[in-house]
Design a protein around this ligand. Structure first.
Ligand code: NAD
Length: 339
């Protein structure tokens, strides 16, 4: 058995601390190898030190190269910049992995099993924005510039194909809007096709225009296996896919770079239900499943998902899934399944 693995733990804002506590308790009972270094970020850190991303937190992630992060609140309009985006840039977390699998039988969509790989550093998320005047209005025109580099396009598509090979996936779909954004997403498609050639015979490839893909994800999602796409399209499609499997409370995510990886749920800090003990910790738990796989403990990740499957099959549902169970009820039920 390997020794303890140092990992940074950021409880986060809103429902973050509630779901992170639940997750840590469950990981302990599973015998997960993580040795946590607790650090602050987001509003919680502003309250503590005035800095939404303290140096101690950055140093910790630099040291461990591995973090589990609760959701962080981003002030709308003014205030500080998104810490999530800052972390992605700081540690060059170029790949955002968002797998979605049907866990609850009897929903609108059965047997969904789609992995979305989103480019995490470029595209319209560069958010280089400004206004231009017209007549008397200084903000009459809003401009936004996106960029994609050939290197990054290649790296993210390679990541998706490599993921497919390592995880026994059959097909990668490259999603773009190269008919209209001919340069920005045309370059993505161009590099994607080159990468696909290198995997010929091992992984099938096709491509889809993003609007058609959105429609097909609703009409016939089973045709998709692994999807790789640019930043903004990935942001939107991954929430759509989360909706197919029961909503944001069921959607895990991983931000992967060469030197560091940060695992987090797709959902935000849910201020509307914070402190009420009703948050669903499953997305966060499933993210720790990805984290266990990342450190080579697929055995523990499998035990965790099997426990979650049994618990859901027994009928436990939190409020977001139409049930009445709270965070504590779910934690206790899962601890019992894992014993
Ligand atoms: P949100 O995901 O926090 O909430 C959307 C809806 O889903 C709410 O009704 C909420 O109650 C519900 N919900 C979300 N997670 C849930 C869970 N685990 N269990 C039960 N219900 C859940 O999105 P929002 O309201 O748009 O954003 C709130 C804040 O979170 C904002 O400041 C936003 O910037 C931030 N945010 C952070 C991250 C992140 O840290 N990765 C991601 C998205 C949003």
């Amino acid at each position: 058995m390997p020794d303890k693995i140092p990992a940074t733990l950021i409880p986060g804002d809103g429902i973050g601390p509630e779901i992170v506590e639940s997750v840590v308790e469950i990981l302990d009972s599973l015998g997960a190898p993580f040795e946590w270094d607790r650090q602050l970020a987001g509003l919680a850190a502003v309250g503590d030190s005035g800095d939404p991303l303290p140096l101690a937190t950055l140093d910790s992630i630099r040291r461990t190269g591995l973090a589990l992060k609760g959701p962080l609140t981003t002030p709308v309009g003014g205030g500080f910049k998104s810490i999530n985006v800052t972390l992605r840039k700081e540690f060059e977390l170029y790949a955002n992995l968002r797998p979605a699998r049907t866990l609850i039988p009897g929903g609108r969509f059965e047997a969904i099993d789609i992995v979305l790989v989103r480019e995490n550093l470029e595209g319209f998320y560069a958010a280089m924005e400004h206004y231009m005047p017209l007549g008397h209005d200084p903000r009459a025109i809003a401009m936004s510039t996106g960029f994609n580099t050939r290197t990054e396009c290649r790296r993210i598509v390679e990541y998706a194909f490599d993921y497919a090979v390592k995880n026994g996936r059959k097909k990668v779909t490259i999603v773009h809007k190269a008919n209209i954004l001919k340069a920005l997403t045309g370059l993505f498609l161009e590099e994607g096709r080159k990468v696909a050639k290198e995997y010929e015979g091992r992984v099938e490839m096709n491509d889809r225009i993003v609007d058609a893909c959105a429609m097909q994800l609703v009409l016939d999602p089973w045709q998709y296996d692994v999807i790789v796409t640019t930043n903004l399209f990935g942001d939107i499609l991954s929430d759509l896919i989360a909706g197919l499997v029961g909503g944001l409370g069921m959607a895990p995510g991983a931000n992967i770079g060469t030197d560091a990886a940060i695992f987090e749920a797709v959902h935000g800090s849910a201020p509307d239900i914070a402190g009420k003990g009703v948050a669903n910790p499953l997305a966060m738990l499933l993210s720790t499943g990805l984290m266990l796989q990342h450190v080579g403990r697929a055995d523990l990740a499998d035990r965790l998902t099997a426990g979650i499957d049994r618990m859901l099959a027994a009928g436990l549902r939190t409020r977001d899934l139409g049930g009445t169970a709270g965070t504590r009820d779910l934690t206790d039920a899962l601890l019992q399944q894992l014993r």
